[in-house]
Write a protein that binds this ligand. Structure first.
Ligand SMILES: *[C@@H]1O[C@H](CO)[C@@H](O)[C@H](O)[C@H]1NC(C)=O
Ligand SMILES: *[C@@H]1O[C@H](CO)[C@@H](O)[C@H](O)[C@H]1NC(C)=O
Length: 239
């Protein structure tokens, strides 16, 4: 699932963007469950005007992976998204075997992952899950929870809020041993296929959350625009 974040093709993005019906800006402001896009490794160029014309409200943009890969286009994507009237945030792809959670949080923070309460920036997201054939990356559940806590605490100590956690229920529940400690402070970005028997990662409720369904480059927020906006200004707001 997670390699999807790292291997998206721009063509897919634009096809998806084109496929969405036109609404009025007033509708977008009031709309429940605003949608956004994920900008990944291979999206060097994004036509932000087209994204906003498709009535997307936010973007999550790949910033860093591990401790040596960073997105050289992040700041142009950040300003492109803002100029198109979107709120934006950055995500980090965890490689827990490369270095500590603290080291990777610091790398993320120094390469665009910082949160500031400027009204247009969403909290940074930690994307953690299966990566190619590295299921739990060789870490046992205690070590995995420790790594995530190290990342989360370091992020919190620098910007005053916890990161969004982007994962899947099957990965999270297996590799953290159903750890339920993160749901109260970190909003969830859940990769899942909606179904009546949908299982959530331990510790999270349905809301608030972001969801990526079968199309991993599209994301839906569970609240309304007001809830999304609050995440850009209020450091204690989960919703
Ligand atoms: C989990 O892994 C850590 C680090 O390798 C190790 O110190 C610890 O003993 C392991 N715990 C269990 C229960 O295997
Ligand atoms: C920020 O969010 C918290 C938690 O929801 C809430 O208690 C507080 O009133 C909010 N602050 C502002 C300024 O909206």
């Amino acid at each position: 699932m997670f390699f999807c974040l790292t291997a998206l093709v721009s063509a897919l993005l634009f096809t998806a963007v084109f496929g969405i019906a036109v609404e009025t800006p007033e509708n977008t402001q009031k709309r429940d469950k605003p949608t956004g896009i994920v900008v990944s490794f291979s999206n060097n160029f994004v036509d932000w005007k087209r994204v906003s014309v498709a009535y997307h409200s936010f973007a999550y943009i790949w910033a860093t992976a591990g401790d040596e890969d960073r997105n050289p286009h992040l700041s142009s994507h950040y300003s492109g998204a803002a100029n198109a009237g979107l709120v934006r945030g950055a995500f980090h792809v965890a490689h827990p075997t490369q270095s500590s959670g603290a080291a990777q949080a610091d790398y993320f923070l120094s390469n665009g992952g910082k949160w500031t309460g400027d009204g247009i920036t969403l909290p940074g997201a930690l994307s953690i899950g299966r990566y190619w054939r590295h299921n739990c990356h060789g870490l046992n559940t205690t070590a995995m929870v420790g790594w995530i806590r190290d990342f989360s605490d370091t992020y919190h100590s620098k910007v005053g809020r916890h990161p969004v956690i982007s994962t899947t229920a099957d990965w999270w529940n297996a590799c953290t041993g159903n750890n339920a400690d993160f749901g109260s402070a970190s909003p969830l970005w859940n990769f899942h296929v909606p179904s009546p028997n949908d299982v959530l990662p331990a510790g999270w409720n349905d809301e608030p959350s972001w969801s990526s369904f079968n199309t991993p480059h599209l994301v839906q927020f569970s609240g309304d625009m007001g809830g999304l906006k609050r995440l850009t200004t209020n450091r204690t707001a989960i919703m």
